[in-house]
Design a protein around this ligand. Structure first.
Ligand code: ADP
Length: 301
């Protein structure tokens, strides 16, 4: 098969590993920088061009779309779908998971465990918003943040009100969430391929840090997850319609709660922590499922 990884940087660990895993399995692999693609959306014969040439003969794409280029990146994925090219994660599924609120609403509708979460664009009554989520301590998140930036723990009502008001002053969308202190600064990344968790790791924040992001100095280790955690992760990916997903869970007193479902989960942390060939599993999934024109929207089921 001819499989394209949509990535802006071929040197990234995840991109390199996908190329390597595909070549090992006898496929023709290429990297396409989706930011550089341009396309004709009006013709009867939709096409994508890159550096003056039309991209042809691609059987499947693996989108690795960064959060900052979601809008254009998903448009490129959609164009491939219009051309009948199989995408391991569909554009609409990526869009669902990128909108944090929409994602939580979809998960909540399907009864997936979530931290109690409030959201406001303009809250006159900060006290009531706090009350709604059970009161301090709360975690306040900027909706646009990634890698733990804009995630604040407010331990008192006073601190929470000041942070919410400060964010509001910046015209930012904020989410207020029950603080799951029993998670002890750790979360669990479940890597889902198809309808299985193929690898899982625990990420522990550094001493005194409640955020477990590896970019913030957290460390990763192998973990055995419970059947409930496994089914929560698989269901979350399915609700989003993602075939490949990184589902982040916290262990709360009331069972696993989902923080986020990531549509371009990194391979470096998970492969190093588990010594598993996750890239190879993604390629194997494509071998089994890619068919021309199989771009039907799934998910939310
Ligand atoms: P980002 O998407 O920017 O990484 P997250 O919402 O995943 O932001 O939060 C970053 C980290 O902060 C999480 O991985 C988790 O360790 C911690 N965290 C986030 N929300 C909560 C919460 N409600 N309770 C406890 N810890 C949390």
């Amino acid at each position: 098969m001819k499989i394209a990884v949509l990535s802006t940087n071929r040197e990234l660990y995840s991109t390199r590993r996908l190329i390597e895993a595909g070549e090992e399995r006898g496929h023709e692999m290429l990297v396409i920088n989706h930011k550089r693609c341009y396309m004709n959306i009006t013709s009867h014969n939709p096409s994508i061009h890159l550096r003056g040439e039309s991209i042809t003969g691609v059987d499947a794409v693996i989108p690795r779309i960064g959060a900052s280029v979601s809008f254009y990146g998903t448009a490129v994925v959609r164009q491939f779908e219009m051309m009948g090219v199989y995408s391991v994660n569909e554009s609409v599924a990526i869009t669902r998971s990128r909108d944090k609120l929409r994602a939580l609403q979809l998960l909540s509708r399907k009864g997936v465990g979530l931290p109690v979460t409030g959201f406001a664009n303009y809250a006159d009554d900060t006290d009531d918003l706090l009350q709604m989520t059970g009161g301090a301590p709360v975690v306040i998140k900027l909706l646009e943040g990634t890698q733990g930036v804009g995630v604040v723990l407010a331990e008192t009502k006073k601190a929470a009100s000041s942070v919410i008001e400060a964010f509001r002053g910046l015209n930012a969308n904020v989410m207020v969430q029950e603080f799951i202190s029993e998670a002890g600064g750790a979360d669990i990344r479940c890597f889902v391929v198809g309808d299985k968790v193929v690898a899982a790791m625990k990420r522990q924040g550094k001493e005194g840090e409640f955020r477990s992001n590896l970019h913030r100095g957290g460390s990763a280790s192998l973990i055995k997850i419970t059947p409930e955690e496994r089914s929560t992760a698989v269901r979350s990916a399915r609700v989003m319609g993602l075939n490949v997903a990184g589902v982040d869970l916290l262990r709360s007193n009331h069972g696993p709660v989902v923080m986020e479902v990531n549509s371009s989960p990194g391979l470096e942390g998970i492969e190093n922590a588990t010594s598993k060939d996750v890239a190879g599993m993604i390629i194997a999934f494509i071998e089994k499922n890619a068919r021309k024109g199989r771009t039907r929207t799934r998910g939310r089921g």
